[in-house]
Design a protein around this ligand. Structure first.
Ligand SMILES: [Zn+2]
Length: 142
C-alpha cells in the first residue's frame, strides 16, 4: 500500500512521468513555455494519479468534463482517449512529418476532433518545432 501523495507531490509526479508533455497531443511545456494543466480524466473521480493526465490548455479546455462524445460518423457515443488505460500509439499517429495527428481508431478519431488537435495554429506551430528538432518528443511507452 502506498500513502496518498500531497497535491504538490501529485502534480510533480503527473508532470515528470510524461516529461512535461501533454498526454493527448504531446505538446511540450518546454517547447511552448506554457504551463500545463492537470486534467481529471474522469471528473469527480478523485485526485489519485491514476485519474490524472498532464494536458496542454488547448486539450484540457476542449475536453472539459467529457469522457465520451457523440461520433459524428456513427451517431454513437464513443469514449475519449484515456492516457492511463490506453496506449497513445495504438490510437494515434503523426502524419505530415509530425505536424498533424491522425486517429487510428474511432477513439483516436473522435479525440482528435473534440480536442481540435489539428487546428491551424497547432499545425503551424508544430512545423516550426519539427524544423527546430524538438517535435514530436521522443517518449517511450511501456
Ligand atoms: Zn494537448
Amino acid at each position: 500500500m502506498t500513502e496518498a501523495l500531497s497535491w504538490a507531490a501529485t502534480v510533480r509526479l503527473v508532470h515528470e512521468r510524461v516529461q512535461y508533455c501533454c498526454e493527448y497531443c504531446f505538446t511540450s511545456q518546454w517547447v511552448t513555455g506554457q504551463a500545463m494543466h492537470v486534467d481529471h480524466i474522469v471528473p469527480g473521480a478523485g485526485d489519485h494519479p491514476d485519474n490524472l493526465a498532464l494536458s496542454c490548455a488547448t486539450c484540457n479546455l476542449a475536453k472539459g468534463d467529457a469522457t465520451e462524445v457523440l461520433d459524428s460518423e456513427t451517431e454513437e457515443k464513443v469514449p475519449l482517449f484515456n492516457p492511463r488505460t490506453q496506449v497513445w500509439s495504438e490510437h494515434f499517429t503523426w502524419i505530415d512529418s509530425g505536424c498533424r495527428i491522425q486517429g487510428l481508431t474511432v477513439v483516436g478519431r473522435v479525440t482528435v476532433e473534440r480536442f481540435g488537435m489539428n487546428l491551424k495554429r497547432l499545425v503551424v506551430a508544430r512545423s516550426v518545432w519539427v524544423l527546430a528538432g524538438v517535435h514530436p518528443p521522443d517518449i517511450s511507452e511501456d
